[in-house]
Design a protein around this ligand. Structure first.
Ligand code: KE4
Length: 425
């Protein structure tokens, strides 16, 4: 098996930056990425034979750990019948029924192939339904890489210093109003300045793409009421938090009813899947019923949905959220204790199996306070953990994830490595 170094040399000849998604390139933490040979449970095995405890979990989908036998078996069973039909298939009905069961706000749902497609389609649907052009998003929130949303975006865009990507026409950018997160007055001002023009507000109800950031108490309720008052649709981007924070996502925890919800990651069980859904009167604006077009060759793919259905069925049976929250608390408690002993300022926001560490004395509640954290020190911390056999997201502006497979030896070992990495800074 070629080494990571030789694979990366070859990859860089043929693939921009040697990666198929920028955040994987290690450019903000320094060094060169490893290549993964296999994954199982809480562990990645690199082509160089290293075993790493994984806190990226393929950016969210692997909530049951990697390569779970039940998901593998579901894919194998579906494979017996073929890989793609291009016609309706039974898996699509089963997946829709599972999503609607756990998300009361979703009365109808359309499957697609990524979170980007889900949010891009939801925006188009909101514009078509309201016949308004402008949208509101929040600085640092990342909703995938469609033109209307790659403006003051988080995740890899922020990591690589391009929150406003090149290649987006000014005419497009003008239709996207970007506001500071956790600032109700900014929302009121935006609606006042754009009366009758705002089609929707889209937000990550718990942010995972500037690192993990939660809304101030009452903020989500404020956003909901502002949308209702001004005739704009509320879109919850739960691509990351759907089935991650609870089976019904953040909207279950916070008891907020959005008009549309975007999903992805976990609902694909590790294969490419996205979905968007919500009010039936809005969803029925979609072709073939209504005037808003949206489509996809592999949307509803039987293998991908078989994997996602198995993943959701396990969540339905296990309801592992208290366990996942205890594991998340174990990690942040160990990190905070080490930082206190070292006299190092550290913020460690955590809910359930999403959390992140910010090297800053200031509580992080939006993009500016996240950017005020010490990203350089995070890079040193990242490599100290990697040397100890623990793989963190290679960016100071990403949420960490863990799975049910982390319980026991993996989490205990990881906490030791994270604590000693902090003490080594
Ligand atoms: P995808 O198109 O990458 O499937 O989903 C886009 C997306 C939409 N909404 C939210 C809240 C998301 O977090 C994402 C994608 N998340 C990033 C991780 N922060 C994907 C990792 C990557 O870009 O490689």
């Amino acid at each position: 098996m070629p080494s990571s170094a030789s694979l990366f040399t070859r990859a860089q000849q043929l693939i921009p930056g040697g990666v198929n998604s920028p955040v994987r390139a290690f450019r903000s933490v320094g060094g060169a990425p490893f290549f993964t040979r296999s994954a199982r449970g809480a562990t990645l095995t690199t082509v160089d034979g290293r075993e790493l405890i994984d806190f990226v979990c393929t950016w969210g989908p692997a909530i049951h750990g990697h390569n779970h036998p039940r998901i593998r078996a579901a894919i194998a069973a579906a494979l017996e019948h073929g890989t793609s039909f291009g016609t309706p298939n039974p898996y699509e009905v089963e997946m829709a029924e599972l999503i609607v069961k756990f998300f009361p706000s979703i009365r109808k749902v359309r499957m697609c192939n990524s979170g980007t497609e889900a949010t891009m389609s939801a925006i188009r649907l909101a514009r078509g339904f309201t016949q308004r052009d402008k949208i509101i998003k929040f600085a640092g929130c990342y909703h995938g890489h469609s033109d209307s949303l790659l403006i003051k975006a988080g995740s890899g865009a922020l990591t690589h210093g391009h929150p406003d990507s090149a290649g987006i026409p000014a005419a497009f950018a003008r239709e996207t109003v970007v506001l500071p997160y956790n600032d109700p007055a900014a929302i009121a001002a935006a609606f006042a300045a754009n009366p009758g023009q705002i089609a929707c507000i889209i937000l990550e109800p718990y942010i995972g793409n500037i690192g993990f950031i939660k809304p101030d108490a009452g903020y989500l309720q404020y956003v909901r009421e502002a949308c209702t008052t001004h005739g704009a649709l509320l879109i919850f981007d739960e691509v990351m938090t759907g089935f991650r924070q609870a089976r019904g996502g953040v909207q279950e925890l916070e008891k907020i009813t959005p008009d549309l919800t975007c999903l992805g990651k976990i609902i694909g069980g590790g294969l490419p899947v996205g979905a968007f859904g919500g009010r039936a009167d809005v969803m029925d604006y979609l072709a073939p019923l209504g005037p808003v077009y949206q489509a996809g060759t592999l949307s509803g793919n039987p293998l991908a949905l078989a994997a996602g259905i198995a993943s959701l069925q396990m969540l339905e049976e296990l309801n592992p959220y208290a366990k996942l929250d205890a594991l998340g608390r174990q990690v942040v408690t160990a990190a905070l204790a080490a930082a206190t002993a070292k006299g190092l300022p550290l913020q460690a926001p955590q809910t359930g199996s999403m959390f992140s560490l910010f090297f800053t004395p200031t509580p992080v509640r939006d993009m500016p306070t996240a950017l005020a954290s010490d990203a350089k020190l995070f890079g040193k911390f990242f490599h100290a953990c990697l040397a100890g056999g623990v793989y963190l997201p290679p960016s100071a502006y990403e949420a960490w994830f863990l799975s049910t497979a982390h319980e026991g030896a993996a989490i205990d070992r990881a906490c030791e490595v994270i604590a000693s990495a902090i003490k080594s800074l």
